[in-house]
Design a protein around this ligand. Structure first.
Ligand SMILES: [Ca+2]
Ligand SMILES: [Ca+2]
Length: 131
């Protein structure tokens, strides 16, 4: 991993740690970023679902990807989470030219995670970068 990438990880982890200290309530985040590489920003946001009225709520990071006609497709589920993330950002984490997603959660496995985008708007790998 490049030195610049490691420095970036440190900065992101610090920012998210500081943000985590000040944020009491989870809040909805919407990110506009080009995930599928067509030059048009896509919409990425947090979506909660439950199977029936008294079931646990599962949270997903979902996206509406842009089409060549500059319209948006149906909502697609990128990642399933057990807790609602309190932070969601985009950045090219691995420096391959594709925008990745960085999110932070509390709960059983708290921390900051990076979700690697394959360049077509599909998440191919998720890993923890900070506890
Ligand atoms: Ca796009
Ligand atoms: Ca990337």
């Amino acid at each position: 991993m490049k030195k610049e990438t490691l420095i970036l990880i440190g900065i992101v982890a610090l920012v998210f740690t500081l943000a985590g200290c000040s944020v009491k309530e989870p809040k909805d985040k919407k990110v506009y970023v080009d995930l599928n590489g067509d030059g048009v920003k896509d919409i990425v946001y947090v979506w909660g679902e439950r199977e029936h009225w008294n079931a646990d709520t599962y949270y997903f990071i979902v996206a509406k990807l842009s089409n060549p006609e500059k319209t948006y497709g149906e909502r697609i589920h990128l990642l399933k989470l057990n807790t609602k993330p309190y932070e969601l950002k985009s950045m090219d984490f691995d420096d391959d030219g594709d925008q990745d997603l960085v999110f932070s959660v509390f709960g059983k496995n708290p921390g900051t995670f990076v979700a690697e985008n394959d360049g077509m708007g599909k998440i191919i790998n998720t890993r923890k970068i900070s506890g």
